[in-house]
Design a protein around this ligand. Structure first.
Ligand code: DGL
Length: 267
């Protein structure tokens, strides 16, 4: 008997380039799936918005992706996951996966007693990482650090700059002081600093990229719900809500693709 297949695409959203670190991983690991990525550049940065604003923009993003006939939605954004996932799950009748739950599951298997979290102001203020980590591992020590400048530096295309090295240097001190060797990159822009952060620790650190955790989670989810696809219909379709200088080049760099076409959606 043949398995039921669902060839509809998977929808993903973030405030800009960051969620592409998740898309890259999914695009490589799920070779039969198609992806539609929405980068809400008009409303970047999410990290400085209120919970109400994040719920509002998340609802709009989800409505747009549902109109594209996606089979499920991945919120490839720590801020929108921590601020809006609970609300939007109540409203929409489509599976919505954030980055926190898969990552907490992943961390649980590491059997560690201390963990660091780097994320945006909004995410750290929400307390979501600490809350969910402690739900699963009540005794874990969580050291959180808001890193408000990092997502902006990425969008400005300045990762390879002295500024970014200096900023990382100051943000990671708290982890060094607390001898934290496992750090969750709780904002999807941050894996782009992977090398700079590792250098800061002389490579004696384990950086947890939420994209890996989402990959493991999604594999199980698609198979359990019997909604895998057996054929990719198109290369990732990337839509942004405001034209941004060099977005296409930056997106190609992150995705390691020679080609990717960017569409503009006017909200
Ligand atoms: N990539 C985002 C996150 O994971 C949002 C960064 C921002 O827009 O401030 O939190």
């Amino acid at each position: 008997m043949s398995k039921y297949m669902d060839t509809r695409p998977i929808g993903i959203f973030d405030s800009g380039l960051g969620g592409l670190t998740v898309l890259k991983e999914l695009q490589e690991k799920f070779v039969n799936e198609s992806f539609i990525y929405l980068g809400d550049t008009l409303n970047f940065p999410y990290g400085e918005k209120t919970k109400e604003e994040i719920v509002k923009v998340s609802k709009r993003n989800i409505k747009y992706l549902i109109k594209q006939d996606v089979k499920l939605i991945i919120i490839a954004c720590g801020t929108a996951t921590s601020r809006a996932l609970g609300e939007v799950k109540k409203i929409f009748n489509i599976p919505i996966i954030g980055i926190i739950e898969p990552t907490v599951e992943y961390v649980k298997n590491l059997n560690i007693s201390e963990i660091g979290v780097m994320a945006t102001n909004g995410t750290i203020k929400s307390g979501a990482w600490e809350y969910y980590l402690k739900q699963e591992m009540p005794d874990i020590k969580v050291v959180s650090k808001a890193c408000p400048l990092l997502a902006n530096i990425v969008e400005e295309g300045k990762i390879e700059s002295k500024e970014s090295i200096d900023v990382i240097h100051s943000y990671v001190q708290v982890f060094k002081e607390n001898n934290i060797k496992n750090i969750i990159l709780g904002c999807t822009h941050y894996p782009l600093y992977d090398e700079i952060i590792k250098q800061e620790f002389n490579y004696d650190v384990n950086l947890i990229n939420t994209a890996n955790a989402v990959t493991i989670y999604l594999k199980k989810f698609l198979s359990e719900k019997n909604i895998e696809s057996d054929k990719r219909s198109f290369m990732p379709k990337i839509v942004i809500t405001k034209q941004e200088k060099d977005f296409e080049r930056k997106a190609k760099d992150i995705l390691k693709l020679n080609n990717c076409k960017i569409f503009i959606k006017n909200y």
